[in-house]
Design a protein around this ligand. Structure first.
Ligand code: NDP
Length: 325
């Protein structure tokens, strides 16, 4: 079987290798992988630009969906369709950029009957995180029809968040740095496009309120700009840090406008939360999947696509098909 493997000589490097399935880690469930996908964290891993991989050799890939080949767990049997996201897979444990992988049963969720393994990876951690963000905002009291902002809107998490929120009837505004993608974001359901430059520059701690809620995938100056412009008792689901980890704001949005900052963490989400989110994802209308911009690649294009992703040049979702040569 083939896999993508990270090796370290002077610097980390990535290559495709054939290995014997007997050399995989000893775990309770063996899965034949139909699809994996490329996320921001994977891009950091395979380019060696982030401190994601610590032990070498290492197989990256934080998500995969496939079919159980063999199982020593009571919860799964050969032939079951399964999804894996999070749990440190692709970070501490070998991940999904392989034809087959052995994993712990606890890390898996059953793939809902009405979702294909391809569509599951079209969603992947990005779709799951977008759904967890929507659920957090709803639990924090976001009212029907509210005005919601999504930052990093052409990215994996952002583009799913735009679609899901629009589908649920919210008035969605999308922030992007890509002028050429305005039309696509409108097709996904954004009622208005906000240029990235309007929000990621210097800001006062409080500006005129514009939105009831936000999903922020960018962090840094962008998140400060978003917090400054929330309406009274607005809620912000903080998801990502594509634009940096600093948060140059003050306590003013929280005290004077009652804004809530809600952290979203998909990696550690417990089984029940994941399963509920996947059931809700499986009920999304099919046309959302066909509308998603999708690049399907083989192992040989992973590094090239990762470089493009870190340079902010990709949009939509990148699927990895282990059978594509
Ligand atoms: P993508 O690379 O697909 O999307 C990120 C988007 O952010 C880009 O498309 C771009 O959108 C925007 N962007 C990129 N660089 C910058 C920059 N320097 N300044 C401002 N905007 C920028 O990544 P994902 O959607 O997969 O992930 C987004 C973030 O969320 C990452 O930090 C990732 O690690 C994190 N994440 C967190 C999860 C969690 O559980 N908390 C789960 C999954 C991801 P545009 O051009 O439209 O502005």
């Amino acid at each position: 079987m083939a896999r993508v493997v990270m090796l370290r000589d002077q610097e980390p490097r990535c290559q495709i290798e054939e290995i014997d399935a007997n050399d995989l880690p000893e775990r309770s469930v063996s899965v034949d992988i139909d699809y994996s996908d490329l996320n921001y964290k994977d891009a950091l891993a395979v380019t060696g630009k982030g401190k994601i991989v610590r032990d070498y050799p290492f197989v990256p890939g934080i998500d995969f969906a496939g079919t159980v080949r063999e199982s020593r767990s009571d919860h799964y049997a050969a032939g079951d369709k399964v999804i894996l996201t999070g749990w440190g897979v692709g970070e501490r444990h070998w991940g999904g950029f392989a034809e087959t992988m052995n994993v712990d049963a606890d890390w898996l969720v059953p793939c809902p009957d009405d979702l294909s393994t391809r569509d599951a990876m079209l969603l992947g951690t990005a779709g799951l995180t977008a759904m967890l963000s929507v659920i957090q905002l709803e639990q924090a009291g976001l009212a029907a029809g509210g005005k919601v902002l999504v930052t990093g809107a052409t990215g994996g998490v952002g583009s799913w968040a735009v679609q899901m929120l629009a589908q649920l009837g919210y008035d969605v505004e999308a922030v992007t740095g890509k002028a050429e993608q305005h039309h696509w974001l409108e097709e996904l359901g954004a009622s208005q496009i906000v240029p990235r430059s309007e929000l990621d520059g210097d800001t006062r701690p409080l500006e005129k309120g514009r939105w009831d809620a936000a999903v922020d995938t960018v962090g840094g100056q962008m998140l400060a700009g978003v917090l400054a412009r929330m309406n009274y008792q607005g809620r912000v689901a903080a998801v990502g840090l594509a634009g940096g980890t600093d948060l140059p704001t003050t306590v003013m949005p929280f005290i004077l406008r009652g804004v809530s900052l809600l952290g979203v963490e998909s990696v550690m989400a417990p089984f029940e939360q994941r399963q509920a989110a996947w059931q809700r994802l499986a009920s999304l209308p099919r046309d959302l999947f066909t509308r998603m911009q999708t690049e399907e690649i083989g192992f040989d294009q992973v590094v090239e696509q990762a470089e493009a992703m870190l340079a902010g040049k990709t949009y939509g979702r990148v699927l990895i098909n282990p059978q594509q040569r």
